[in-house]
Design a protein around this ligand. Structure first.
Ligand SMILES: CC(C)(COP(=O)(O)OP(=O)(O)OC[C@H]1O[C@@H](n2cnc3c(N)ncnc32)[C@H](O)[C@@H]1OP(=O)(O)O)[C@@H](O)C(=O)NCCC(=O)NCCS
Length: 185
């Protein structure tokens, strides 16, 4: 059982198409990740060249080929603009555990976009990938991300103290998780 990583799944939600990224998406991804508001709590420096976006696209390809994750771009149905991304990484096959990640252009914040996207990919993880536990690592000051996860029934397990060295300093990471038994569609 489980997901074979032979083809990349595409989903339609009410407002968006979640699909595999293509090279042409590099311009929208550059716009997304060159914004300091977006990268503030991410382990990424703001992008400065289009090469940074192409490297990110390479990473999306790599995690899919290595069967350690999937990253969808979030495309607005009407305009076809890519406004964010979401997906899974660090798939631990032996433990049926995976990590979730996401980001969105600030002009679209607070409109239920990421909730709509995650309500689509979380059932895919539990039902098609046979995942047992989804975890999220979030900087404790990233209230938007923590609230989003809590609204999706994620449970805060605790704080990993000074867990990563990012942007010149050691940072704490809150760890939240959702078990298969706790999720509701
Ligand atoms: C985190 C992020 C993806 C949230 O996306 P979003 O589309 O604005 O979130 P939603 O509108 O779907 O909100 C989901 C819930 O969280 C709440 N929420 C969203 N932003 C909030 C904020 N700043 N403060 C408090 N609550 C917030 C919403 O009210 C909503 O609750 P509801 O379902 O009761 O209405 C977005 O802020 C972002 O891209 N941040 C930068 C990148 C980032 O930090 N990624 C995560 C790294 S761990």
């Amino acid at each position: 059982m489980g997901f074979s990583f032979t083809h990349f799944p595409t989903f339609k939600t009410q407002r968006f198409i979640l699909r595999q990224a293509v090279v042409d998406d590099c311009h929208d991804l550059f716009e997304l990740y060159s914004d300091e508001e977006v990268t503030r709590y991410l382990p990424l420096a703001p992008f400065v060249t289009i090469e940074n976006a192409l490297d990110e696209l390479d990473w999306y390809d790599t995690i899919f080929k290595e069967q350690t994750g999937l990253r969808w771009v979030i495309e607005v149905k009407e305009s076809k603009k890519i406004i964010g991304t979401c997906g899974f990484l660090n798939y631990e096959h032996a433990h049926n555990r995976i990590e979730i990640g996401y980001d969105l252009m600030p002009s679209y914040w607070g409109k239920g976009v990421m909730k709509e996207a995650l309500q689509c990919i979380i059932p895919f993880a539990f039902e098609t990938m046979a995942i047992h536990k989804i975890e999220a690592k979030v900087e404790p000051a990233n209230q938007a991300s923590i609230t989003l996860l809590e609204k999706l029934n994620f449970f805060k397990e605790g704080v990993l103290r000074q867990h990563e060295f990012e942007k010149g300093k050691y940072i704490d990471l809150a760890i939240l998780s959702l078990l298969r038994s706790e999720y509701k569609i």
